[in-house]
Each structure stands twice: as C-alpha cells, then as structure tokens.
Design a binder for this molecule. Sequence first.
Ligand SMILES: [Zn+2]
Length: 198
Amino acid sequence: MEKKIEPILEYSRSSKARCRICKKPIAKGEIRLGIPYVFKKKNEEITAYGWYHLSCALEKQPETVLEALKNSQGLEKASIDKIRAELISKGIIQRDDIILKVNKISPAIERANIHVNISHVFPARPDLLIPEITVRPLYCYDDSGMIKVVLMNNWIKQISNVEIGDSLLIKKGKVFNPYDNIVEIRCDDETDIELLKL
Ligand SMILES: [Zn+2]
C-alpha cells in the first residue's frame, strides 16, 4: 500500500540542514518546513525531506505551509498561532475562517437532542425536524469561550476520525444564536470544514 507522504513543520532537530530557498543553515530549534521526496537506493524507496526556513517557505510557498500545519504535531500553541497569523496576513487562511480546538465530542450520532439542536440551528426551518436528520455536536474552546459546532448528515463522515485535541478549520461556517458563552456554528457543506491534526 502506498503511504501518503505529507509536508511537515517541526522544530529543527539539528543545525545541519540548509534551506533550499536561501541556502543558509537552519538553526537548531527553529521552525522548519520539510517537503518529502522519494528516491531509489538500489531497489529500496527512501523518503527524505528537503528543508526550508519557515520565513522562506511562507514567502515562496505558503500553501505548503498550511498543508504542513494540518499534519504536523509537536509545535507549541504560540508557534501555531504565529504561523496562522502569517497565513491569514497572506490570505491563505481567510480572515473569517475559524479554527477551533476540539474539547469534547458528543456521540457520533445524537438523536435524543435532535429537536433541541435543530431548534437552535434552524429556528426558521421546522421542516427539518425529520428523523433522517442526525447531528454531531462538537464542543470546542477558542479564546472567547466555548463554541458548539453542529455538524449534520454527510459532514459527520467528513470528520469521523476527529479526536479531542484536534483542530477544525471552518471555512464558511455560520455563527448562529450566540447565547451566554455558547455559540453554534452551522456548516453548509462538507467542504466548509476541515480537520487539522495539530
Ligand atoms: Zn531560507
């Protein structure tokens, strides 16, 4: 089976690698982007990484930085926030995109609370109170408090492997009914939401 190899972001483990853009060394501990490539040694396929300064990569290929941000682990929150801010300033992440850390996950399909949830999410659509409608609320925290993300039907599948601690990138989610500290976000389409493994 072919394993998908993704770009990564990490703290440089040594100061040996040179940036493929500016050719200067990358200091140990500095954040670096690694872009994988495969080469053949005898009959064996070997995966290696070409390394880039974060600043150089943000300048030349910010989309790859976002791709790596989705897959990388081990970066501190302060580092992730800084990279996000850079990606927002470059328009790679839209300003109204919402990134949320998952804090609590409801059972995959929550039927008991359907009416409650629907009434919050679609106050003007009582016709959606049909048995086929299933919801999966996720509870997340952002800087302003708790956020409830309500995912419905197909979108549940989209993030079926979501775990506590993962982050969600919500592209066009709409914020509904702010009440107390809880805000609900409705996603209109499965492409509105992406799971980020941070
Ligand atoms: Zn560089």
